[in-house]
Design a protein around this ligand. Structure first.
Ligand SMILES: Cc1cc2nc3c(=O)[nH]c(=O)nc-3n(C[C@H](O)[C@H](O)[C@H](O)COP(=O)(O)OP(=O)(O)OC[C@H]3O[C@@H](n4cnc5c(N)ncnc54)[C@H](O)[C@@H]3O)c2cc1C
Length: 329
């Protein structure tokens, strides 16, 4: 386990925003996690923050007076560690450690003639982050192939209880899970049940995977640091109804294009925010649910834009949209 003191988080977070952490412990494998929990016990650490790739989190510029558990196969200096925590444990079941990249899991599944993850092409995530937030894209969701998840319930003193939760116990919902709602649960590893497939079908799945990467590169602002979608799409029937009461003309899009949800990218654009900037942050003109860091943005730049969008949204529809990004303010 590597220990870094006074570590500048903006160096490793996708957003390139975030202040220093008192201690950052680098976790690449289970033994590192045990050492990290020993460290927390000895130091009587009160604040713990797990991090994966940092692709869905906005952290303030202040000093974080606690321990960051950095689940990652990347290094603090550019580079990365060879993946070793992804294993085939049955004909169609793969086990992966929390720090592993989702993309490495997909490639590993293809190599073993297994299907079921191709929808996630181009989605930046660790296994831990993906399971916690039930990532999804292009009609797929990680919940669709999770078999079980090993979690540690960690107390402030570094003591922990190990639990193995079956998929049915994880209460997966749209970008949601039991883990996300329970502040003390760390994802340690997960098993994924996939479908065995012919070489031909695997080749087709690789094309789908590649197609999604190309779609993202073309339609999403990949040229700037971001956290992906800032807000969740609106899925509650009653809330979609409130939007339709004001904008009746989107009924067709809701029913025929957005699978009965309301697209936040569309709404933010129509509320007039595309290109809206504060300091070094702005709402992307390519995809309005992305707020990009185009010029050394501060936490407050992004946060102020989020607040402005929430206010205008509330004035228009009478309820607040739900942020997808994790905000540590
Ligand atoms: C360009 C871009 C495109 C994106 N596209 C999509 C998309 O299509 N669909 C989608 O769903 N998301 C998308 N996202 C968001 C992001 O990819 C996912 O939310 C991803 O799962 C975050 O994983 P991470 O490892 O980066 O987690 P982080 O951002 O590091 O952390 C996210 C949250 O998980 C917690 N966490 C991390 N690891 C653990 C662990 N081991 N145990 C417990 N808690 C943990 C953190 O404390 C934090 O609260 C996109 C992001 C970007 C930047």
């Amino acid at each position: 386990m590597f220990i870094y003191n006074d570590f500048l988080l903006s160096e490793i977070l996708y957003y390139k925003i975030g202040g220093k952490a008192k201690v950052l412990l680098k976790i690449e494998k289970k033994e590192d996690l045990f050492q990290a929990l020993d460290f927390i016990k000895k130091e009587k650490t009160k604040k713990i923050l797990p991090l994966g790739l940092g692709s869905n989190i906005l952290i303030n510029d202040k000093f974080f007076d606690g321990v960051v558990l950095w689940f990652s196969m990347y290094q603090a200096v550019p580079g990365r560690v060879q993946s070793s925590g992804i294993k085939l444990i049955d004909d169609n079941v793969i086990e992966a450690f929390a720090s592993e990249d989702l993309d490495d899991l997909i490639k590993f599944s293809f190599k073993n003639n297994l299907l079921g993850l191709e929808w996630a092409g181009g989605l930046p995530s660790t296994i831990g982050g993906a399971v916690r937030g039930n990532v999804g894209a292009f009609g797929g969701e990680i919940a669709g192939c999770v078999d079980a998840v090993e979690v540690f319930e960690v107390g402030q003193d570094g003591r922990f209880d190990r639990k193995l939760l079956k998929a049915s116990e994880l209460e997966f919902g749209y970008r949601d899970s039991l883990i996300k709602r329970s502040k003390d649960l760390l994802v340690v590893s997960a098993t994924f049940k996939l479908q065995k497939a012919s070489k031909e079908d695997i080749e087709k799945a690789k094309e789908v995977y590649q197609g999604h990467i190309e779609y993202r590169n073309k339609n999403h602002p990949m040229e700037y640091p971001s956290c992906g979608s800032v807000f969740k799409n609106v899925i509650k029937k009653e809330e979609v109804g409130k939007i339709l009461n004001v904008w009746g003309d989107v009924k067709d899009l809701v029913e025929n294009k957005w699978y009965n949800k309301a697209s936040m990218g569309y709404i933010i654009d129509r509320l007039g925010f595309s290109g809206f900037a504060i300091g070094g942050a702005k709402v992307s003109e390519k995809h309005a649910n992305y707020i990009v860091n185009f010029d050394n943005a501060k936490f407050s730049d992004v946060y102020s834009i989020i607040e402005k969008i929430k206010e205008k949204f509330y004035e228009t529809f009478g309820f607040y949209p739900d942020p997808e990004v994790q905000i540590v303010s």
